[in-house]
Design a protein around this ligand. Structure first.
Ligand code: 5GP
Length: 174
């Protein structure tokens, strides 16, 4: 069986949208400072690119979660494998996700974050697959709505492979 990658979102398309999201966040938080929290591992590239498009004083932190095994189906269980390096109490926080699929991860993280008393928490996700939603989550800043396909690249993996692809693609097997 052979595997090939088909581009869904090109490097240029992603870069243009990330620039727009950064500009929008810069406007919305003008005069304030921010904490961007990237959800590892999938959001590491998006968070790095987004941070460089936000013209505000900000701090960046990461949260390591595991919601999938080696497969492609959500287990509904979100395990924190690496917590934030500093408290977020009183801070304006943006949670940076690679993709909202069933919504379980973001819903769980929003609940967790609220217990830590930040001044505000918003969600920024590069991708959204509404077809698979199991809980409704509000995405304040969204890159792209995509169809129900398993995507890789730009930080997203399949069994830890493909995170380094500079675009978002779909694996096709024939
Ligand atoms: P949710 O909890 O919303 O179902 O899933 C969130 C996590 O599942 C994402 O952060 C991502 O790690 C993983 N995920 C969901 N859909 C995809 C996909 O199409 N491709 C990849 N590589 N990971 C996905």
């Amino acid at each position: 069986m052979s595997e090939r990658l088909v581009t869904m979102l090109s490097t240029e398309t992603i870069a243009a949208r990330v620039k727009e999201l950064g500009a929008q966040i810069t406007r919305d938080y003008a005069g304030r400072s921010l904490v961007l929290v990237g959800v590892l591992k999938g959001s590491f590239i998006f968070a790095a690119d987004l941070a460089r498009q936000i013209d505000l004083p900000l701090r960046i932190d990461f949260l390591g979660v595991r919601s999938y095994g080696e497969g492609t189906e959500s287990t509904g269980v979100v395990q924190i494998v690496n917590d934030l390096s500093k408290p977020i109490e009183g801070e304006d926080v943006i949670l940076v996700e690679d993709i909202v699929d069933t919504g379980l991860t973001v819903a769980h993280l929003m609940d967790l974050f609220r217990t830590r008393r930040p001044a505000s928490v918003k969600v920024c996700s590069l991708l959204h697959k509404p077809a698979r939603a199991r809980v409704s989550v509000n995405i304040d800043y969204l890159g792209f709505t995509i169809e129900d396909k398993f995507v890789v690249g730009y930080g997203l993996d399949f069994a830890e492979k493909y995170r380094n692809l500079p675009y978002v693609g779909v694996i096709e097997r024939s």
